[in-house]
Write a protein of this length. Structure first.
Length: 179
């Protein structure tokens, strides 16, 4: 019996710590799969953005309303019969499970992983982003890698954005995602 996740529509979350390329890879995947891309950071409440701008790490309590907004956005898209790609750090298993529950299981994750040195370098090269490099350490400490979880593709970020997106797309195809 075919896996029901293979039937469109479906949602894809491009996840990982700050600086891993979630937005850039998410945009590329959206283009390749003909799906709408949503920048998850744009859904953060102003209080969260202010905290992070000041170098203060978010708590679970800070993140839950944001995760719920992302879940609602994905669910609304799926209910309209449209797939969606969203960038979201989704650092902990409980966050990913909350997002999975929001969309009834039609959810895939692309986990972008890289070395602390590479992530630090990339964060330092960004212009105009509210997340300071100083919060990378707390994100790495919070991260529960999704290794072994269903519907997850892990991609090393030591490549160009196009190369990362191509590898992610190949992994998604093996899980049944089609354009």
């Amino acid at each position: 019996m075919p896996d029901e996740r293979m039937n469109r529509p479906y949602a894809i979350i491009v996840m990982g710590v700050s600086g891993c390329g979630k937005s850039s890879v998410g945009e590329k995947l959206g283009e390749a799969l003909h799906l709408h891309f949503v920048e998850g950071d744009g859904l953060h409440p102003a209080a969260n953005v202010e905290k992070m701008s000041k170098g203060i790490a978010l708590t679970d309590e800070d993140r839950m309303p944001w995760l719920d907004l992302i879940g609602e956005r994905m669910q609304a898209s799926l209910q309209k019969g449209e797939g969606i790609v969203v960038s979201c750090s989704a650092l902990k298993r409980i966050y990913r499970d909350r997002l999975r529950a929001a969309v009834g299981g039609k959810l895939f994750f692309v986990y972008l992983e890289g070395s602390k040195a590479l992530l630090t370098q990339r964060m330092g090269e960004r212009k105009g982003h509210f997340m300071p490099v100083s919060l990378l350490e707390s994100q790495l400490a919070t991260l529960e890698a999704p290794t072994g979880e269903p519907g997850v593709v892990t991609v090393d970020i030591d490549d160009t954005i196009d190369g990362i997106a191509t590898t992610a797309l190949k992994g998604l195809v093996t899980l049944g995602v089609t354009a």
